[in-house]
Design a protein around this ligand. Sequence first.
Ligand SMILES: *Cc1c(COP(=O)(O)O)cnc(C)c1O
Length: 376
Amino acid sequence: MNVPFIDLKAQYETIKEEINAAVHNVLQSCAFAGGPYVEQFEEHFADYCNCRHAIGVGSGTEALWLTLLALGVGKGDEVITVPNTFIATAEAISFCGASPVFVDIDASTCNMAPHLMENAVTDKTRAVIPVHLYGQTADMDPIREAARKHNLYVIEDACQAHGAEYKGKKAGSLGNAGCFSFYPGKNLGAYGEAGAVVTNDDGLDERIRYLRDHGQPQKYHHRLIGWNARMDGIQGAVLTVKLNFLDQWNALRRQNAALYKRLLDEADGVVLPEEAEHRKHVYHLFPIRQPYRDVLMSDLKAKDIHCAIHYPLPIHLQDAYKHLGLKPGVFPATEKAAEEVLSLPMFPELTEPMIEHVCNEIKKWEEYGIQAALAK
Ligand SMILES: *Cc1c(COP(=O)(O)O)cnc(C)c1O
């Protein structure tokens, strides 16, 4: 049985008519760059996140970058984040001229270890970007507390956490701003590139709106030096349709996660992802941990079961960041996770027989394959 890592086609098949009609409307009205379909999505997405504003942009990377710029973060400033995230979190910091300062993660959730955050604060620190990795929010209360104490902005990287909750509040509504990606494979995915910032801060909303559209409050009148970071009209229309299904899809992801957990419970060498206290996990990914991860991954691939690694090389060990001078060993929890995590197939349309098949193969591998792995 072939089990893909993700299946965007399967999802499209379930919403084809609505999507085709929505795209057709955009084609008919030629509202391609920004415009009414983007505005409609912004309204719905702000409501969904319980925030006053949502600003549609071209990607999650731009959402992070423009938020930092709009908050005035720049040269000489430091921004705290984690080294086990997608590179975009750090790139956004670097691209506005500031430096990322990393803190290690909590081994059980793979999110920022709040008790380590304060050690990273200096007199140059302006903001902290907790990443809600894999679909689960970081532990926001102690992070916000430390941020308040040191007068730092809190920007959530919610690119993997559409619909996730912390103490009953939506990801994105927990800091000064929340940044989302609608890359096709995300829990809420566009049919192309897209992103958004949500915020309750009217001034921040206004500055990001200027920045994403050449700094112009009025066409050809430029108040700031901005950029072209608008969302496409087609993406706004597609996302408006898909937002209606997000809760349903997240519920299916949670159901799939529960089945994986039940079936893998007795697999000794496998550590399962946990839903931490006060959180609603939306399982963008389902990363297990296995010390012989690489062998397990290739053995599963040979059986047509497709997994992925998030992430194989922490940011502080990437060539792009070697100027920071951080050596292996500085962030032990992150580095251990990078060696052990394995994301199993996870998407709403994943079927029960597929999950059963994956789990059976993992259990078989634990009996026989692990011996081969040990012998290598
Ligand atoms: C996907 C992602 C981003 C970047 O989003 P893009 O839309 O691809 O630019 C940033 N941070 C995290 C944690 C992500 O998963």
